[in-house]
Design a protein around this ligand. Structure first.
Ligand code: ADP
Length: 541
């Protein structure tokens, strides 16, 4: 029996070739993994797709490629990720939902022979489809058109392409999550920055995790250098000692409120700081750090003192106005009695009586305004709500004001205005004030348009008064609602007023949960508009 043996040399040759093949495959794998690693470092979707297409095209000899993504629901989103050379333009088949459906079922890369003669003529022989798959779903497809014959793509290469599709899918999902986290982070940063106190957060290893600009200023820190640094190293020994004490007490469960300590900012400014602390917990309710909120107590006390002074001032005004009312009533009563017998006085004395009466009236309206305002400001006033139409009340107000004015009053109202619940006396005060201001600040007359109308949804009733008077300068218009504020100009100095009417008006509209606003053009006129909502029966405001 003779056994035919291959010659030893041919065996060795075969082994050498096999080894070379293994080495080559190993090298292909190594390079493939290196390229995948590069994708894993990317955060931008377009970049990820660009790299992925490059890797896949290199593997399959791709000459054109396209990425299609599944948008919201099932609609297709085709980002601008085509790479089609001009000689193939218009020849490649359109990609559609059915292909995505196929990928949802299949989830692995595959290749199909091309049978369109036009494409074959251009040396396009194979279409390779790589599903882009993340943990949860098929996100889209990468499609490549290759000049290689289908038979030249091995199973291993298709496996590698499937892996590529999965890496891309996961990376795209990560990139989306990363963008969301970035957005939440920048929102939190904005919130942190808008807090008017110094805020600083440490973790349980005493490292500073975050802080706002106020903290940088208060403790002379620079975020860039101090984040992730232990507070003991980053802060001055005095401040670090206080923080150390607070960390211990806080972690023992004694969260601090305004723990006071004297601190020097820069070289000389000494301030009294109040530090409040609380523990930060993670989602599983484990403590992860401590937040320190530090405020300048002297400043807060100053604000508190100003508030108390404001209350005292209001109370004082209220008492004084009240006390003035009784003697004023006596003076005005006396002047009125003298008025009956005016003829019996000399012309000089008649003038004096006139002056007493006019002055008395002015003082009376000032005192009434002051008392009204102090009552409204104290918050001890309830609305006496009853049903009625604002237009009735406006017409009443116009009847009384009309005879005394040079202006032409025009009124327009919605015929279907339903009955609304409002405090008649107070809204009447508002309407009187706005109409009388319109006439008062129109010294040369003009037309005053008054309108009552309903909002489109019938939920609000609007009142508007537009005059053609002196107007209000734009830099002062936002101040007219402040008490005692009167526009400072030559044209207003002659016109009498207390500067309290609009302040009272605003309080009343606020009490009705409404809104008031003014627009104006100096020399052309002003428009005041308020609305009040449809208040339900039984509502307590
Ligand atoms: P006053 O008693 O001074 O009229 P208000 O509080 O009613 O007090 O108004 C505050 C200021 O707003 C007025 O002094 C005036 O300068 C300005 N103002 C109010 N209404 C008008 C208007 N219709 N046209 C021009 N200026 C106005």
């Amino acid at each position: 029996m003779s056994i035919e043996r291959e010659p030893k040399s041919s065996n060795t040759e075969k082994l050498r070739l096999e080894k070379a093949e293994i080495r080559r495959s190993f090298e292909v794998y190594r390079q493939f993994h290196q390229r995948l690693e590069r994708i894993q470092g990317l955060r931008n979707r377009a970049e990820i797709f660009r790299h992925a297409r490059e890797i896949a095209s290199r593997m399959v000899g791709g000459i054109a490629s396209q990425v299609i993504l599944r948008g919201e629901l099932t609609t297709l989103e085709i980002p601008n990720l085509e790479e089609v050379p001009s000689h193939l333009e218009g020849l490649l088949p359109e990609l559609g939902e059915d292909l995505i459906e196929w990928a949802v079922q299949n989830r692995t890369a595959s290749s199909l022979p091309i049978d369109e003669p036009e494409l074959i003529e251009k040396e396009v022989h194979t279409q390779v489809i790589v599903p882009i798959v993340s943990h949860s779903n098929v996100q889209g497809l990468m499609v490549l058109w290759s000049r290689s014959e289908i038979s030249t793509l091995s199973h291993i290469e298709l496996d590698m392409l499937s892996t590529l599709g999965r890496v891309v899918g996961i990376q795209v999902e990560n990139a989306t999550l990363y963008a969301e986290v970035q957005e939440i982070g920048s929102l939190l940063d904005n919130v942190l920055e808008s807090i008017p106190y110094a805020v600083l957060v440490t973790n349980l290893d005493d490292q500073i995790v975050t802080m706002n600009s106020n903290a940088e200023f208060m403790f002379d820190l620079r975020r860039f250098f101090t984040l992730q640094e232990k507070y003991q190293r980053a802060m001055s020994p005095e401040v670090a000692a206080v923080f150390g004490k607070l960390v211990i007490s806080t972690l023992k469960g004694e969260e601090q409120f305004d723990y006071e300590f004297q601190h020097r900012i820069g070289d000389r400014t000494d301030i009294l700081i109040g530090i409040s602390t609380s523990i930060v917990y993670d989602r599983k309710n484990n403590p992860t750090g401590i937040v320190f909120i530090c405020r300048d107590l002297a400043l807060s006390r100053e604000v508190q003192k100003l508030r108390e002074l404001d209350v005292m001032k209001t109370e004082f005004l209220h008492t004084v106005s009240h006390e003035l009312k009784t003697p004023l009533t006596a003076i005005m009563g006396g002047a009125e009695v003298l008025q009956y017998d005016l003829e019996s006085f000399s012309p000089d004395n008649q003038e004096i009586i006139q002056i007493i009466q006019e002055g008395g009236h002015r003082l009376h309206s000032l005192i009434t305004d002051l008392l009204d305002l102090s009552r409204l400001e104290s918050g001890n006033v309830d609305l006496a709500l009853s049903r009625g139409k604002i237009s009735d009340l406006v017409q009443d107000s116009m009847r009384i004001l009309d005879p005394g004015t040079e202006c032409k009053l025009c009124f327009q109202c919605d015929e279907n205005e339903p009955s609304f619940l409002f405090d008649h006396e107070k809204i009447r005060q508002v309407v009187d004030n706005l109409i009388s201001n319109a006439t008062k600040y129109s010294p040369d007359g003009g037309t005053i348009q008054i309108r009552v109308y309903l909002s489109e949804d019938n939920e609000r009733v609007h009142f508007e008064v537009a005059d053609e008077g002196i107007g209000i300068p734009p830099d002062q218009i936002h101040q007219i609602w402040n008490k005692f504020y009167r526009v400072d100009s030559s044209s207003t100095s002659e016109i009498e007023g207390t500067g309290l009417g609009l302040s009272i008006t605003k309080h009343i509209i606020d009490m009705h949960q409404g809104h008031i606003q003014a627009t104006s053009q100096p020399g052309a006129g002003s428009t005041f508009m308020f609305w009040i909502p449809h208040i339900q029966e039984g509502t307590i405001l």
